[in-house]
Design a protein around this ligand. Sequence first.
Ligand code: FE2
Ligand code: FE2
Length: 203
Amino acid sequence: MNYAIVLRALMARPQLHASWLSTLSLLEYVGARKISRTFRLPTAAVISHFAEEARHARFFKERAERLDPGSRPLLAGRARLYFERLDAGVARLLLSHGVKEPQAAYVLVTRVIEERATDLYTDYNRLLKEMHHPFTLDGVLAEEGRHLQLMEELTLAWGLETCLQEARQEEVRHFEPFFALLERLATGAAEASLAEAPLPGSR
Ligand SMILES: [Fe+2]
Ligand SMILES: [Fe+2]
């Protein structure tokens, strides 16, 4: 996916860029909460993953506040919905393959989210460097790379390779409309309040 046009538009104004950073912070925060809700007795590896996602949420929020102390995320409702619908969709597809364990759903959902994060952050990092921004995502990307590697190992260990392509398609189904709305906001084609209007079938 080509993110550059949208990212450049989001980065063009400091206030909008701050809102984008707040959006990433929210996504990381929701991701961290998802980990903490999934495991009642977490291993050290799970706690590290949780801590790193929470740290990413703080990293993005601190950068946002430096650009605009009052910054708020774009499409906060849709960002949460992305996780909810992806969770539900992957659980459904696993069930259709006869897999019922919640941890298998966690592995597959996290796998496709880590793929998305790595992809998006790589492009964003390139633009940050190109525009000589005072921060880069090198540290965040190194940790996302480790998360992705762990999820690749777990996908194999759980025998979930056969469901991976479908899970990726499910993720695309939820990410693309979210990113298309971001594009409309970034280019001034939509107002935030309009873009947050409820989706059909959403609560
Ligand atoms: Fe992260
Ligand atoms: Fe991650």
